[in-house]
Design a binder for this molecule. Structure first.
Ligand code: G3I
Length: 387
């Protein structure tokens, strides 16, 4: 279909949704995700710099129309904000905050303390030695105070610690410079510094793969310990980087229940659905040239076949069914990117593939999964109020 240039994605979505609706009137429901889910939870999206600074205005218009929260996909990470000692660059992060304010959206800060995307100098001490515990705690405090302090009252909540849990082995925590240098209490300190800098902000622990039984049990243990020690933790972020058939809905549901059982909120913070063939468990570094050139591992370069599109629609429908059932526990669902062209899954675990993981395609057109999610939200509003 040729789209006339005056039809922005926003207008297009309105026309398509309006056109497919049975009748006009109050029962017809709202036209955007942010309205359809307003009674249930925040609907968020991860955005890149160009989507918020006016460079990619079509995307910005669409994001503002559909979503009530944004997470800067990369622009609030340590390496982006504080690449060199004492040098901060808030330009891109400020653009997110300004964009959100103009469009009446919430900003989620991502991520203060992470083993990845943190410059090497942070962990270095004097004379080629690693930083001492005190040096690193001081840097952690200075960074958190500078960043959280700047956005006090403007960012509603922070991923204070990201991905601290181990994926295997006997230890609960992964081996990271944070843990090696400071010790297991590095999380408690990070949350304390964040609380000092903004007494009102929500504070989250964020991780992936929590649907796995071992990792989930360790996560529950970790967070219970923090809560018992009086750490101020508002919610857990379950990233939710999923595949078409993994994890099971049962595991997704158990994850929500186990963490909400701790008396904290549960957020879906980075939802996407990888539709490409999996290549096993080897690390990215092991990817061979042969695999990168193997077209059977990149089968949908000229579009998603109807059968897979339908599976994707069904997967998003099922997931939002679970989220809505647990809306009392879930405070936000964020999709990890606006459109398929932006998704990190085009480059992971094999670089340069064509994935179709999100609700809008590369031309910013809504996909069947978008309409299914929207419908779920609309239907949830028309039910009689819960007692
Ligand atoms: O900005 C540079 C650009 O100047 C350069 O030309 C280009 C060449 O590769 O790289 C660009 O930076 C890339 C950046 O994304 C922006 O596109 C980095 O290489 C790339 O590593 C980075 O990937 C991000 C990744 O985190 C690592 O920070 C992804 O966009 C982002 O989606 C992904 O998000 C993470 C969450 O933060 C935490 N949970 C997992 C999730 C997926 O990995």
């Amino acid at each position: 279909m040729m789209i006339p240039p005056f039809l922005t994605p926003a207008v297009l979505v309105m026309l398509v949704v309006g056109g497919s609706a049975p009748s006009r009137g109050a029962e017809r429901g709202p036209l955007a995700l942010r309205q359809a889910f307003a009674d249930a939870f925040l609907m968020g999206v991860a955005l890149s710099t160009s989507q918020v600074n006016g460079t990619n205005d079509r995307a910005g218009v669409l994001a503002a129309q559909q979503f009530s929260a944004i997470t800067p996909e990369n622009d609030m990470k340590w390496e982006a904000l504080n690449p060199l000692p004492g040098q901060y660059d808030f330009k891109a992060a400020d653009a997110h905050v300004g964009f959100a304010a103009r469009n009446n959206m919430n900003v989620i800060g991502h991520a203060l303390i992470w083993h990845s995307q943190t410059p090497a100098w942070v962990f270095q001490g004097r004379e080629g030695k690693p930083a001492t515990r005190d040096e690193l705690l001081n840097r952690m405090q200075a960074h958190i105070h500078a960043v959280v302090g700047r956005y006090k009252g403007k960012v509603i909540g922070w991923d204070v610690v990201n991905e601290a849990l181990s994926d295997s082995g006997p230890d609960i925590l992964r081996d990271s410079p944070w843990r090696r240098i400071i010790g297991d209490d590095f999380l408690d300190h990070a949350f304390r510094f964040a609380r000092e800098a903004d007494p009102q902000a929500e504070l989250y622990y964020n991780d992936y793969g929590l649907e796995d039984e071992r990792k989930r049990a360790n996560g529950v243990k970790l967070l219970r310990g923090m809560l018992d020690r009086g750490v101020q933790l508002t919610a857990v972020g379950t990233q939710s980087h999923f595949q078409l058939d993994y994890p099971s809905l049962d595991a997704v549901e158990k994850t929500i229940l186990d963490f909400s059982g701790l008396g904290i909120g549960v957020m879906v913070t980075e939802l996407d659905v990888d539709v490409l063939p999996s290549r096993g468990t080897a690390g990215v570094a092991d990817i061979s040239r042969r695999e990168m050139a193997d077209k059977s591992l990149d089968p949908y370069t000229s579009g998603l076949p109807d059968g897979i599109q339908e599976k994707l629609r069904q997967r998003y429908t099922d997931l939002f069914g679970v989220y809505l059932r647990h809306r009392a526990a879930i405070t936000r669902v964020t999709i990890w990117g606006l459109d398929d062209g932006q998704s990190w899954l085009n480059d992971f675990p094999i670089p340069g593939r064509t994935n179709h993981a999100l609700l809008f395609d590369r031309a910013l057109n809504p996909k069947p999964a978008f309409f299914a999610v929207l419908q779920k939200g609309q239907a949830s509003r028309t039910r009689p109020p819960r007692r």
